[in-house]
Design a protein around this ligand. Sequence first.
Ligand code: ATP
Length: 501
Amino acid sequence: MASTMEKIVSLCKRRGFIFQSSEIYGGLKASYDYGPLGVELKKNIKETWWSDMVHCRNDIVGLDCSIVMHPDVWKASGHLAGFSDPLVDCKNCKERFRADQAPRTEAGTEVEFREGGKSSGSKLKGVVDKRGYVCPVCGCPDLSAERQFNLMFRTSIGPVDPLQEIADAAGELADLDMKGRMKKLHEIVARSAVYLRPETAQGMFVNFKNILDSSRVKPPFGIAQVGKSYRNEITTSNLTFRTCEFEQMEMEYFVKPGEDEQWYDYWRNTRLSWYVKLGLSQDKLRLRDHKQSELAHYAKACADIEYYFPFENQDGEGEWGELEGIANRTDYDLKKHSGFTGKDLSYFDPETKERYIPYVIEPAAGADRAALAFLCDAFDEEIVPTAKGGEEVRTVLRFHPKIAPVKVAVFPLVKRDGMPEKSQAIMDDLLSTGINCFYDHGGAIGRRYRRQDEAGTPYCLTVDSQTIEDDTVTIRDRDTMQQERIPMNGVVEIMKKRIGN
Ligand code: ATP
């Protein structure tokens, strides 16, 4: 029987939520495209985040930065030197994986695995070395040394072609030993190298002074941004959970040193309740505080908001996965950028006459992971009676109306007797208010309801023969499947109220 995750992946493709990128070319590892329903879901999540973080408050302003920034930004932030994962190759099955994500097995343990990682391969034995992990695919402990691999995508800017420059330097390179050759190659590449940003946060730090000078903000205040980030992830799996291109929703909140702990607590709680408010099951959400040993060297505290995804681990159980990190980054980033640029990134408080470099509390969320969590949480199957007295499985996505891709579907019961015209009039009213609605006149009414259940549409309006007589329509609730009659001319107001527009 298909696992829950397999069913969700299949539903995503079948109904146009998520497709594999470049599928007709065989796909590209860990790249996905959002179809008509998926793009609405993700857009609703991003818009709700923006509304709650920027529009509904007067202490946070927005920003939209370039994806390619000055390369020194990444030197200052530490990404060029430190944003790397330890990579290991399995000598048995040739899988390349991240050492920090490999299954832990106590050093000295004797383990069994199959030759070449194939189920038909003969059984072999090995002993786990002091690193204490084995290959995640075949369980073999015979592994290469760990190599640091930078996760940033590098490209080049300007009319210079680094390949041409390398070709021009071929003679000089040939005279150098390996170390010298690598150094020279790095120098050539670095002349035109730029990077796709691996996070949006640095944009907020490097624009801190621009915003202070232009926007009449004073600590405590925040700068928010939603945008694409890129990481050359090695281990990718579970649909859009870990991809090389993804969207982040990040906010840097600048506070007076000494007030950072209270703001850190505030943002931990505020951000956790945001997911609950939008319908994520509370029992599948947790805040996990990082242990001291897990903390980045500059962070004073950090907690992850995690969701219990239905990804199956080796024991057939789900897995906790990070949706968002909330960190107290202290004054590290502003100090670093100030040091690299020589620019003063302090704040002068005209009232208290104090000058200080603000501390930063950062809630950093991923729009794609949030969309995946909302999809997984909304997914439900239930046995319902059919019209003919039998039973069938009803697949339903129980999205909160605020993030549901389509808010309401309109059906004429039959394609005659004035019903399509009445339905179209309702559609026109709804469309003119910007409520995303869908018209469907094809097939039996029961099937049309099921199609909308699978898309997560909270309400269906049906125009029937009684509508022609008294201008009322039925409204069917996705979750309860209950129907009631409402006046046709009140449809827009009722829908606005129910979907919270
Ligand atoms: P992880 O530990 O899972 O690699 P991270 O701690 O490196 O994540 P952050 O740098 O804190 O992630 O980024 C903030 C958020 O951005 C994450 O909580 C996640 O929602 C999202 N994110 C990070 N990397 C990816 C990715 N490769 N694919 C999809 N979303 C991502």
